[in-house]
Design a protein around this ligand. Structure first.
Ligand code: MCA
Ligand code: AMP
Length: 491
């Protein structure tokens, strides 16, 4: 099944229904029906075809949330072109790796970002592309994709710190959407406030796909801003909100009467991408009158596990396996462990990616007999609720964005005078965790100079919030750094 068949119930079946609203460059609200989205993406598809893009080619985008990302996604799905989203916060080094690995035909971006791209990468200005497409025919021209045809390469890192492109197929996105629609009972009468970035799975595979597959209404905002969130909730009156824990922490600042009113009009608040602290869940319930529904997923697998819409949303757990998804907790020898015993989560289902782009070894290492090893450690209760307890790797999650310490450690040790480096997550009440760097270095090492250089090379959320000089890194007999023994500190 091509994803387009899933979208057609909305694009064609609900053609004259309101579909989407978002702010235009001048601040005025743009309102579109599904028929408008169909025509806009057909026109863009013509332009992509005229520029030589064919099924299986890659096209990247590096954009904040805007309607053109939706046009681009739909046009690519229609043509079988594989979309490569790039985090807008990434700097040249991070972008260069993705471009070299995925070799996209072009990157759709804004002119102000041109300096961040390596030479040799073809850049298409989003406004120019949109303007040119407007004069092209608006009738549909689509190729037939299959469930196993790749729809997107989404970059995510393993313990190595080298980002790999998870190959997500039409079938993966369709299965995820159908599973969430069923589990969370999303219907055409829902109103979804989309504040998550569309370059990640949470905003794209969950947000955009629940919208398109259900035919509900979506308000797309450029990015989440705590100071404007109340206004969006009060004006748009969403029934549905998906967020990362940092967003819910920020929403706790909403005055209590307004929080109650927002809660009264909203049907469902979902949290994921990072652990939701039980205290936030409780405070949110007091203020908004809603128990946030927490779920768990990964870029490679889309959504695996969710607390129920109806039934007990158990605090501290991520709930039970979603429809069509099998979850097993296993020991190091791939044997399933008993309930209440700790192990690694393995998953299998139509939601799981087909592997990593052009990385056979990494793909082979990730799968055993069709099961994918998530690297997440947890336990399952006798009634199937899963509690996550950590990760096999030392991944840091800050504001819902992933940080791989190894990437930063390698940069740090490239500075003259820095002999050894370890980066560890420090608890943070708003972002969940923030990175802190521990350095074995010369007395003359200039942390400010290191910071300046790192800001040029790393997305801002990856830049350490503090630098700590240590005499030595605590290591095991085998030389592995024991990060839990690093001195904790105030940031
Ligand atoms: C944050 N910043 C951004 C954006 N978001 N810059 C550009 N575009 C964005 N979308 C930058 C800010 O400029 C600032 O940079 C810093 O991040 C913090 O921003 P601030 O306004 O203080 O925001 P906040 O209140 O701390 O909230 C941050 C946030 C953001 C909005 C919650 O972290 C966010 O959008 N997180 C979502 C991540 C996400 O979608 N993860 C899903 C991954 P500076 O530091 O320079 O001041 S997919 C996944 O994990 C799996 C599959 C799953 O289960 O979902
Ligand atoms: P990513 O590689 O960006 O797809 O991040 C996926 C990782 O985010 C998972 O492997 C988990 O470690 C983490 N994650 C996602 N949802 C949750 C959640 N609800 N609670 C704790 N961790 C989560």
């Amino acid at each position: 099944m091509s994803l387009l068949e899933l979208y057609d119930a909305s694009l064609l079946g609900r053609a004259n229904q309101p579909a989407l609203e978002c702010a235009k460059a001048d601040g005025a609200l743009l309102s579109l029906q599904f028929a408008d989205l169909e025509t806009r993406s057909n026109r863009l598809g013509r332009l992509l075809t005229d520029r030589g893009l064919r099924s299986g080619d890659r096209l990247a985008f590096c954009l904040s949330n805007r309607v053109e990302v939706i046009d681009l996604w739909l046009a690519c799905v229609k043509l079988g072109v594989i979309v490569v989203p790039i985090n807008v916060m990434y700097k040249t080094r991070e972008i260069s790796h993705i471009c070299a690995d995925a070799s996209p035909r072009a990157v759709v971006t804004t002119t102000d970002r041109a300096g961040d791209f390596p030479s040799g990468v073809e850049l298409w200005d989003v406004d120019t592309v949109t303007a040119l497409a407007q004069s092209l025919p608006g009738d549909r021209c689509a190729v037939q994709s299959r469930a196993d045809s790749p729809a997107a390469l989404i970059y995510t890192s393993g313990t190595t710190g080298v980002a790999k492109g998870a190959i997500l197929t039409h079938g993966n996105f369709a299965a995820n959407a159908l599973s969430l629609l069923t589990a969370w009972q999303i219907t055409p009468s829902d109103r979804y406030l989309a504040a998550l970035p569309l370059f990640h799975v949470h905003g794209l595979a969950n947000g955009v796909h629940c919208w398109l597959a259900s035919g509900c209404h979506m308000r797309l905002v450029e990015r989440f801003e705590a100071s404007r969130a109340v206004q969006w909730f009060e004006e748009y009156r969403p029934t549905l909100f998906f967020g990362v824990p940092t967003m819910y922490v920020r929403l706790l600042e909403v005055p209590v009467e307004r929080a109650r009113a927002i809660g009264a009009q909203t049907r469902l608040f979902v949290s994921g991408s990072a652990p939701l602290p039980a205290s936030v869940l409780e405070q949110f319930a007091d203020a908004f009158g809603h128990t946030i529904l927490e779920r768990y997923g990964m870029t490679e697998t889309l959504m695996n596990v969710s607390n129920p819409l109806i039934g007990e949303r158990r605090p501290g757990t991520v709930g039970r396996a979603l429809p069509m998804v099998s979850v097993e907790i296993r020991d190091a020898h791939h044997r399933a462990v008993a309930t209440d015993c700790v192990g690694e989560l393995w998953v299998r289902g139509p939601n799981v990616c087909s592997g990593y782009w052009q990385r056979e070894e990494a793909t082979a290492a990730a799968f055993v007999d069709g099961w994918f090893g998530t690297g997440d450690i947890g336990v399952m209760s006798p009634d199937g609720y899963i509690t996550l307890q950590g990760r096999r790797s030392d991944l840091i999650i800050s504001g819902g964005f992933n940080i791989y310490p190894r990437e930063i450690e390698e940069l740090l040790t490239s500075f003259a005078g820095v002999h050894e480096a370890a980066v560890a997550g420090q608890p943070d009440p708003v972002r969940g965790e923030v990175p802190v760097a521990y350095l074995v270095c010369e007395a003359t090492t200039d942390f400010a100079a290191i910071e300046t250089q790192l800001r040029q090379e790393l997305a801002s959320f990856k830049v350490p919030r503090a630098y700590v000089r240590v005499d030595a890194l605590p290591r095991t007999a085998l030389g592995k750094v024991q990060k839990h023994l690093l001195p904790s500190r105030e940031t």
